[in-house]
Design a binder for this molecule. Structure first.
Ligand code: ATP
Ligand code: MG
Length: 556
């Protein structure tokens, strides 16, 4: 089947194939478990494509579960943005969205079960004392003086914790595992702590909250997740994941598998750092088109297809690496080259006055929407006495390599006529303010009759019908490939990551909107309309340039 051949293969899918073949599982159940404390980024897209992609390909299911055990940092606005982003990528979760907080009652019950089994105790050591006793990677830890408290006393203390009778930090519930384990996470980890915080789901019901390691595995078991996929930093924690499941009374036996997280050059993919960029105003918000967030990529003009293609190309392994930005850009460029209609825009305009066209003349011409795809149809553009061209497309003098407009020479206006530059007008500072030209009326859709060769073609916009536009050109957000490795990553921000230009677009884009998708502005790049557009002007974001300029920058 062609469909199967198209599927990616990776070590996780091999494990699933084996588990299905051996009959260990009849159906695959995965989950995507974001913490609602920020917007999703391209790294999350990797995890989303993996979890939802597996569910799709194996006719299984994938849950969306908000991992909401830290109310102080979470917010309902993040819950909503996460749902929107998963949908935008084209995935549908199984049933309602779930929350770890749905299971707080059962988690509380399992904590009591561990206490009753002598496998958990309330520790009144301070934070610092606990750290002292934890030991180091090379030295074992030391047992807490509270480690051997009897079951009854522990049950009473835990009940008091839940009633709010202790202060934050005064005590916590710890699993009783092994203070000399080579895995730090197994040295009697805290599984419940006191926190007087309002929770976006459970409101003020709880003043104790379970820790991630205790919550995640139990939530997986409750939901019947078969393969719990997470990133490599949780490799050691798998011991704790298994220990909790092995020591509570629950039927399901989920298994955790780890893969390497996505790191992308010239950006940061840690929520803590992304929050800092937003809070300190280094970017305009979570959806700033320079941000590696799904919301930022969407506003920049990335398509769900390009993001998914990127996730497919990078694959899923256990090897940590830093993926080149060019790889992400290649995906959107491939998509838009095939699918984006063409249009004309002038980003840095200089005026052309065609002296042998009368003032009141306006002509309607046809322009193909795609040079290689007739099915995309044609649009109308207008031509009259005054047109805008790019300032950089004109020179008073130039050698033969400059195939654009030169004084005394000819060039073709794309989809229109051949013009010849006759003379220029300049301001006091010597800047060209207008270029006076003549046109050859017998060159529409054909070469000049007398056999003159006109090699250059430039884009243009009719001044009479042009729509004012702002163009936002984006560069990498950071000056170094791995900003996370810097002492202070914000010092590595590229101050020229946003350049704004004021120009014009052709009349057909007068009502361009965010919903319209992208255009290729001929000879310039791929653009999409931004929500900042107003009645005064359209605003366009450059999604990506026509060619990969990254390699070039690298060698400078
Ligand atoms: P951060 O380190 O940015 O705060 P996180 O892991 O705390 O990320 P979560 O909301 O907990 O963020 O992530 C939800 C899921 O997405 C987890 O399973 C996590 O492993 C996965 N994930 C997060 N970042 C990446 C990444 N860069 N590459 C692949 N998967 C990721
Ligand atoms: Mg996390």
């Amino acid at each position: 089947m062609a469909e199967t051949e198209n599927r990616p293969t990776n070590f996780i899918r091999q494990i699933i194939d084996k588990d299905l073949a051996s009959g260990l599982h009849q159906q695959v159940k995965t989950r995507f478990p974001p913490e609602p404390n920020g917007y999703l980024h391209i790294g999350h897209a990797k995890s989303i494509c993996l979890n939802f992609g597996i569910a799709e390909d194996y006719q299984g299911t994938c849950n969306l579960r908000f991992d909401d055990t830290n109310p102080a940092k979470e917010d309902i606005s993040f819950v909503n943005s996460i749902k929107q982003d998963v949908h935008w990528l084209g995935f549908e979760w199984s049933g309602e969205a779930r929350y770890s907080s749905n299971y707080f009652d059962r988690l509380h019950g399992f904590a009591i079960e561990l206490i009753e089994k002598g496998l958990a105790y309330v520790d009144f050591s301070t934070h610092d004392e606990m750290r002292e006793l934890r030991g180091t990677l090379t030295e074992p830890g030391t047992n807490s003086p509270y480690r051997d408290t009897d079951v009854e006393t522990n049950l009473q203390a835990f009940a008091k914790m839940a009633k709010g009778e202790y202060q934050e930090g005064q005590c916590s519930l710890r699993a009783k595992i092994d203070m000399s384990s080579p895995f730090m996470c197994m040295r009697d980890p805290v599984i419940y702590r006191v926190k007087f915080a309002h929770h976006h789901q459970t409101k003020d019901k709880w003043c104790i909250y379970p820790m991630y390691d205790f919550t995640h595995c139990i939530s997986d078991a409750i939901e019947g997740i078969t393969h719990s996929l997470c990133t490599l930093e949780f490799q050691d924690n798998r011991r704790l994941y298994d220990w909790v499941i092995d020591n509570i009374t629950i039927d399901a036996r989920p298994r955790q598998y780890e893969f390497s997280r996505l790191n992308l050059e010239y950006t940061v993919l840690s929520k803590r750092r992304l929050i800092q960029l937003v809070d300190e105003g280094h970017v305009s918000g979570w959806d700033d088109p320079r941000m590696p967030t799904i919301a930022g990529l969407r506003r920049r003009g990335y398509t769900p297809g390009a993001v998914k293609e990127f996730c497919k190309r990078i694959g899923v392994t256990k090897m940590d690496n830093l993926v080149e930005m060019g790889m992400l850009e290649a995906c959107i460029r491939d998509d838009l080259n095939a699918n984006a209609p063409r249009a004309m825009a002038v980003l840095e305009p200089v005026k052309i006055i065609i002296e042998n066209v009368s003032d009141d003349h306006t002509e309607t011409l046809q322009a193909p929407n795609h040079p290689n795809d007739e099915s995309m149809g044609k649009r109308e553009i207008t031509f009259s006495r005054e047109v805008w061209i790019e300032a950089e497309d004109f020179r008073e003098e130039a050698n033969k390599k400059f195939k654009r407009l030169v004084l005394g020479k000819e060039v073709r206006l794309r989809n229109a006529y051949v013009i010849k530059a006759e003379r220029v007008e300049k301001d006091d500072a010597g800047n060209v303010t207008a270029i006076y030209c003549t046109y050859d009326a017998d060159t529409l859709g054909k070469d000049p009759a007398d056999g003159r060769k006109v090699k250059g073609v430039i884009h243009w916009v009719d001044a009479k019908t042009a729509i004012p536009a702002q163009f936002r050109l984006y560069d990498r957000l950071f000056e170094v490939p791995n900003p996370a490795a810097e002492e202070n990553f914000v010092d590595a921000i590229n101050n020229d990551s946003l350049v704004t230009k004021q120009g014009y677009v052709e009349r057909s884009l007068a009502t361009a909107s965010v919903e319209d998708g992208n255009w290729q502005f001929e000879r310039t790049g791929y653009f999409c309309c931004d929500k900042d557009s107003s009645d005064e002007q359209r605003v366009f974001n450059q999604t990506v340039g026509l060619r990969d300029t990254w390699a070039k920058i690298e060698n400078k």
